[in-house]
Write a protein that binds this ligand. Structure first.
Ligand SMILES: [Zn+2]
Length: 176
């Protein structure tokens, strides 16, 4: 590995670590000539994965699309950009390990919503309402109610959802 500063060809590895999901190895190197330090990454070279959309058309799998969808769902939630990044990486790893040639876009949506349900319930509701393209408020409310009735939720989450429900019903009342 050539030094990016002085082009010297000998460097030593001073630190090497793998990411939690083992998909990436980061190496800290030091140039034996100028002693400057730089980082190299070793990543898995995934084969091309195609996404089959609902109209039957295909496009190359693009993690930035998942990222944008999750960022939008997590807007104004107490979630760090790093947590979103890790979330998306987990989703991608799950998809890549199970599907090596093609996957239906609907399935990607299901994988994301299942994970979001445990990650952040408000983000989950937002994501599902966009992804399932609810035509009426009743099917949306049915999803929200299901979340509220889940007994495994802690008290503060339940309170957040109740508030959300209240806002939604106020919105409906004001519109009718
Ligand atoms: Zn150097």
């Amino acid at each position: 590995m050539k030094c990016p500063y002085c082009n010297h060809e000998e460097t030593k590895v001073i630190d090497s670590r793998e990411t939690n999901d083992l998909s990436e190895i980061r190496r800290r190197r030091e140039c034996l000539s100028c002693t400057k330090r730089f980082t190299t990454y070793e990543v898995i070279d995934f084969p091309e994965l195609f996404v089959i959309k609902s109209d039957g058309s295909r496009e190359l799998f693009d993690r930035s699309k998942i990222f944008r969808g999750v960022v939008k769902a997590c807007d104004k939630r107490p979630i760090t950009p790093e947590a979103v990044e890790n979330f998306v990486r987990d989703v991608e790893t799950k998809i890549r390990t199970r599907y090596d040639r093609e996957i239906k876009s609907k399935l990607i949506g299901q994988i994301i919503s299942k994970k979001l349900y445990k990650f952040d319930v408000v983000a989950y509701i937002r994501f599902v309402s966009v992804y399932q393209k609810f035509s009426d408020i009743n099917s949306f409310m049915a999803i929200v109610r299901k979340v509220v009735e889940d007994d495994t939720r802690d008290a503060s989450t339940k309170e957040q959802i109740s508030k959300l429900l209240q806002t939604a019903s106020e919105l409906i009342t004001s519109q009718s």
